[in-house]
Design a binder for this molecule. Structure first.
Ligand code: PLP
Length: 456
């Protein structure tokens, strides 16, 4: 039993949880009525709850446990670093070896990037992006370039600024978001636009059309006011929206044409998820900045940051003086030591290549067998992230009545049968640990099919 403190019964954990723990993105009355599921340990692609049930974690925790649970190399790295130097900051002209080594290492795996700014999370890293791009344009003598364009349903984090960058209507409905200077365009979601803009278009033509919405917005605002465009290579929390191959190259051309900085939010897509180190490599874009978090440490400890391309880094370094921004834990030595061990392991196990050449294509093939299921309207995947679109009538693409919350029903069936899957509206999502094998993908897909059968 790896549970900290005195062992307690599930009911005792749940009672204390309800009494004291305010959870992220949670309806607490609903939680109290049911009681939280208490997850006590993990191994490989599985976790166990306090009742001893084994659960296949097809969401890698929260899109982060890329090397799977229970990797001794990461645990040892943390312990070694804690014993040597548990913390020192990178303010005031000091540095630490793990942070230097990680910065150097990241520059080696991110083509075109030599510099990194560390944070503890993806949200903080995106706040850093806002500071960086606005500072860049100030230093370039174009302070009017303030606006950042993002996409509807994007998720870029939960701080005030990152939630504003994101395009989640439910988040914007609380607390007066978005903050000024951020505007949103539609995402390249062919299913959502099937009755509208995408009607009658090939997937490639729709990709080009969706990219053109960025240029329309830049022209509407005036390119002299636009600082940057931010997007996830594949929108993750928005429902694993895999864009057509035509989308990103066209976005790249548009940003270049108008001098707009391109920020690729790689918090989910980075570190092998799409079959390359970075999602932008998979889709052939060349961003100026890249946000990362999650997979950098496989979630074992919090760490995030921004890869800063030379266009921005040189201006910041040569003309910027002191950059008035940073976090206590920027370059935290324990987090950086774990990240280094994590990157070593990803390389030793050949995970990026394995996703690209083996497990990614295998998942795509297994997903395709769901196409004939009576409530599956379509499937999409990129590497080891995938979506199953539920439909009341796949032949016509008719949607379920939202009142049925069909995705949540399906998710509950999954959970009851030992599978963690995520529901985004009517899209069922998987993003398993990158260590998953073909046999385990088959096991996962068997559970997915069972859940779909029960939902139907
Ligand atoms: N960006 C993307 C694409 C994400 O998916 C997330 C989290 O899911 C974030 C940013 C925010 O990261 P964090 O939760 O570490 O702040």
């Amino acid at each position: 039993n790896q549970t900290p403190g005195t062992p307690r019964s599930t009911r005792e954990w749940q009672a204390a949880d309800s009494a004291h723990f305010l959870h992220p993105f949670t309806d607490h009355q609903a939680l109290a009525a049911k009681g939280a599921r208490v997850i006590t340990r993990g191994e490989g692609i599985y976790v166990w709850d306090s009742e001893g049930h084994r659960i296949l974690d097809a969401m890698s925790g929260l899109w982060c446990v890329n090397v799977g649970y229970g990797q001794p190399a990461l645990e040892d790295a943390a312990l070694r670093q804690m014993r040597t130097l548990p913390f020192y900051n990178a303010f005031f002209q000091t540095t630490t070896p793990p942070a230097v080594m990680l910065a150097e290492r990241l520059a080696g795996i991110a083509p075109g990037f030599k510099h990194v700014f560390f944070s503890s999370s993806g949200s903080e890293a995106n706040d850093t992006n806002i500071r960086l791009v606005r500072r860049y344009w100030d230093l370039m003598g174009q302070p009017q370039r303030q606006v950042i364009i993002s996409r509807r349903n994007a998720y870029h984090g939960s701080t005030l600024a990152a939630a504003s960058l994101g395009g989640m209507p439910a988040m914007h409905a609380q607390g007066g978001l978005p903050i000024p200077g951020i505007v949103h365009i539609e995402q390249p979601h062919d299913w959502a636009h099937r009755e509208g803009a995408a009607r009658g278009l090939t997937r490639d033509d729709f990709g080009r059309l969706a990219a053109s919405w960025l240029e329309d917005k830049i022209l509407e605002l005036g390119s002299e006011t636009v600082a940057a465009f931010i997007a996830e290579p594949v929108q993750g929390a928005g429902g694993v929206i895999v864009p057509a191959d035509t989308y990103w190259p066209e976005v790249q051309r548009i940003c270049e044409r108008h001098g707009v900085l391109l920020i690729s939010d790689e918090v989910i897509c980075g570190f092998g998820r799409t079959g390359q180190w970075w999602g932008s490599q998979t889709f052939g874009s060349r961003p100026d900045l890249m946000t990362f978090a999650k997979g950098i440490t496989s979630g074992y400890v919090p760490l995030g940051g921004v890869m800063v391309g030379e266009r921005v880094a040189q201006v910041l370094i040569e003309r910027g003086g002191e950059f008035e921004h940073g976090y206590t834990y920027s370059g935290h030595p324990v987090a950086c030591a774990v990240a280094l061990a994590n990157l070593d392991l990803i390389e030793q196990l050949g995970l990026v290549q394995r996703v690209r050449e083996d497990t990614g294509p295998w998942l795509a093939r297994q997903l395709a067998t769901l196409q004939d299921h009576p409530i599956v309207g379509g499937v999409q995947s990129c590497g080891l992230m995938a979506a199953v679109q539920l439909s009341r009538e796949p032949r016509t693409g008719a949607a379920f009545d939202p009142a049925h919350a069909i995705g949540m029903v399906c998710r509950r069936h999954c959970f009851d049968h030992g599978l963690v899957m995520r529901a985004v509206g009517d899209r069922m999502i998987v993003a398993p640990p990158l260590v998953i094998t073909r046999e385990q993908i088959d096991e996962m897909m068997g559970l997915v099919r069972q859940a779909l059968d029960r939902t139907w």
